[in-house]
Each structure stands twice: as structure tokens, then as C-alpha cells.
Ligand binder design. Sequence first.
Ligand SMILES: C[C@@H](N)C(=O)N[C@H](C)C(=O)O
Length: 216
Amino acid sequence: MNPLVLMSDPRVAAIPVRECGEPLVDVRDHDFRVDPRKQDPLGAFAHVREGVLARLEHVRSLLPAGTDLLFIEGYRPLAVQQRYFTEYRDELATAHPGWTAEQLHQAASRYVSPPEIAPHSAGAAVDVTLVDQDGHELDLGTRVNASPEESDGACFTHAPNLSDQARHHRTLLLNAMENAGFTNYGTEFWHFSVADRYDALMRQEPHARYGPIELP
Ligand SMILES: C[C@@H](N)C(=O)N[C@H](C)C(=O)O
């Protein structure tokens, strides 16, 4: 198991981006199960880089029969990422009035990436979970997008406070995603990325291939 590196770690922002120019594509055109909870008027949430889509297709082929991937969120415009980050940091500031700006930045990055390095805004990240053949979500211990506060830390991928069944389902998801080339963010069992700065750092690659991108 890799040591947990937070998105706020200066080594993430220090990774240079050599943008490869791959386009964003809509997973809804490719027969995926797509959950509407993050739906937006432009359908931004359903977009990912072409290479991310190919890896997601690979993941589906690796999952056991009767189990499928549920796609929840991919691309996130920078302005939305900025709003999520500020809102969560402000929530923490209210709960912890004594914390410094640095402490707040670091704690916020457990749950939302700082906008300047955001994997979702590069089209490089996906939030996914598992469903059965009828589309019912499997028990992975917490709801997707539960914060560390809400879940008492159970959102962390390798949290100790999980049932055997939830741990088993997380292992299925993690193994399939990692074998298809994704890197998990250890504070969120549902968040995976490819070829962004975080993934590059974790794989000791010299640069990222996906940087910030606009929806066409
Ligand atoms: C807010 C949560 N769903 C999320 O996407 N977190 C990751 C770390 C991110 O903001 O990139």
C-alpha cells in the first residue's frame, strides 16, 4: 500500500504538465451506466479524456460477472472546482477557528483538490462505484462523496472501520481500477485518475499528460 500523499503536497503541484491534447469524450455515448446525481446543463460531468474512457472500458472487462461500474462524475469545470474547494475550506474554518490558513488548505485537500492541480478539471479523474446487474449500488462502506467528517474517516480507501462485505467490494473496485492503469486517491475510495499530476507523482513519471482543459 502506498503512503497517503495529499493533493496539497507541494510535490504534486511541482510536476510539470506536457499537455497531450487528447479530447474530452462523453461516456454516455459509450454504453456506460451513468448516475445522474452530478448532472449539469452542459453534461460536463459525463466527459473524460479519450484515454480515460478506454481504461474505464478495460475496468468493466476486469470486474466479476454480475458486477458493473457506475460512473458518477468525470470532468468538472475549474469554476466549480474552485467553489467546492472554497465551500469546504470555509466549513472547516468554522468548525476549527484556531487552524491556520495552511492547516485549512491541507485538511480541505483530503476531500477536494486545490483548483490549481485539480484532476477532474483536467478530464483525468472519475468518481465511480460498483453496482449489481440490476444497477443497485453495492455496499462500499459509505455513500460516494461522504466527507471525512460525515463518515468518521470511513471514506478513506483503507479505513479500518468497515464491514467485511464493504472491504471486499472496495478491493474489487480498487484492483480493477489499478489493473487498468488508474491511481486511487487514498482519502476517497471512489476517486481515481490517470496521467494527471497526482498520478504522475505516484508513478514517479517526470510529467503529467493531462492539464486543465475547457469543455468545447
Ligand atoms: C469532492 C470530491 N468528490 C472530489 O472530487 N474530490 C477530489 C479529491 C477532487 O476534488 O479532485
